[in-house]
Write a protein that binds this ligand. Structure first.
Ligand SMILES: Cc1cc2nc3c(=O)[nH]c(=O)nc-3n(C[C@H](O)[C@H](O)[C@H](O)COP(=O)(O)OP(=O)(O)OC[C@H]3O[C@@H](n4cnc5c(N)ncnc54)[C@H](O)[C@@H]3O)c2cc1C
Length: 323
């Protein structure tokens, strides 16, 4: 039996392997006390075998295929069941589309609140402190002193996936699922084709903002990203203008990236954008305004017209690659 009052992670896995975000969360959870990961679906047990590599001491596994065949309701019902039975202190979710979906629906079912976009969690005696952006300009750290489970959704890359082998006790359970939970069946899934690395995992990210002027100019951002083997990102200015899909958004409302190199092209450097990329090892900024806030965080700043500088940069990278 898994210890009560533990820190739990809602685990996500693909083809029997834990997602990077789950590995990050369980690594952090293991530093807070006894960490348990909940894994659902036919290959859950396979995924659980790897959980011990990151300090997890227990895995709760329900191999029911219903979790793979139906939308989120079976997962929500299983978590409701487990929480009522075992009363964990904290349940951590990764901010994937699935994680956000399950966490918000679970909060509604349990009639409790949820903290979204969190970037840190610490233990404070019997309670927990969580840090998350609050409103437009504030980053708040709050102490969660209320009774019952605390649901917290974490930004990806908030933590690192540490290797810390421990013995992970795997316990199988069977959640009682209602007929209603199986009402929506998945009939087909399609993977979006992508030529390069994903935004969250790329070693190089080239992002464009409103300063590019139009959608056509974004081609240069794509070209540079491709030459460098990186991914394309965008600011809210560019996404709102319809030049890039929302999936490319970097920042507080989008993806958090942690590449070796982040190249910001025509991006002002608003706090909501910086939240998502400030941990890049090297930040390069191209902006025609020498007072643009992005230059305060940039390791390398280029003052000038992005539409003139990008073609030169592309040409230079191409020339060096041909050497
Ligand atoms: C709750 C909330 C959440 C938000 N979440 C996000 C988020 O996740 N991500 C995000 O990005 N934003 C987010 N925003 C919006 C954010 O505040 C900014 O409005 C946005 O980042 C601005 O995008 P931008 O830098 O492309 O545009 P702008 O602020 O308009 O900046 C354009 C920049 O381009 C420069 N420029 C113009 N022309 C050229 C040129 N020819 N050559 C070179 N430089 C040029 C300008 O000097 C300027 O610095 C959020 C806002 C709120 C309130």
């Amino acid at each position: 039996m898994v210890a009560e009052h533990a820190v739990w992670v809602y685990g996500e896995a693909r083809d029997g392997r834990l997602t990077p975000s789950t590995r990050e969360l369980i690594s952090r959870a293991a530093t807070l006390g006894s960490a348990t990961v909940v894994l659902l679906g036919v290959r859950a047990e396979e995924a659980a075998e790897n959980a011990g590599r990151h300090g997890t001491t227990a895995a709760l596994v329900d191999p029911n295929p219903a979790y793979d065949q139906h939308l989120t309701t079976p997962a929500v019902e299983a978590l409701c069941y487990l929480i009522r039975e075992r009363r964990p202190h904290v349940l951590m979710f990764g901010a994937s589309y699935h994680g956000r979906d399950v966490a918000s629906r679970l909060a509604a079912r349990l009639d409790c609140g949820i903290i979204a976009n969190a970037t840190e969690i610490e233990r404070s005696g019997e309670d927990y402190r969580v840090t998350a952006p609050w409103g437009e300009r504030t980053i708040a750290t709050c102490e969660l002193t209320f009774p019952g489970v605390r649901l917290v959704l974490f930004r990806s890359k908030a933590f690192s996936a540490e290797e810390k082998p421990s013995r992970c006790e795997v316990e199988e359970f069977q959640a009682p699922l209602s007929a209603e939970a199986k009402a929506v069946r998945i009939v087909e899934t399609a993977e979006e084709e992508s030529g390069g690395p994903s935004l969250s995992d790329a070693g190089v990210v080239v992002s464009g903002g409103r300063g590019l002027g139009d959608a056509e100019s974004f081609r240069k951002v794509e070209e540079l990203a491709q030459l460098l083997g990186g991914a394309v990102g965008a600011s809210r200015g560019a996404v709102d203008a319809g030049w890039r899909p929302a999936a490319d958004l970097v920042g507080q409302s989008g993806t958090t990236v942690k590449p070796s190199v982040y190249i910001a092209c025509g991006i002002s450097g608003a706090v909501q954008h910086m939240t998502g990329m400030k941990n890049a090892k090297v930040i390069v900024a191209i902006n025609r305004d020498p007072d643009a806030p992005i230059f305060r965080s940039a390791d390398l700043g280029i003052i000038g017209d992005v539409n003139k500088i990008l073609p030169q940069l592309i040409e230079e990278v191409r020339r060096r690659k041909e050497w």
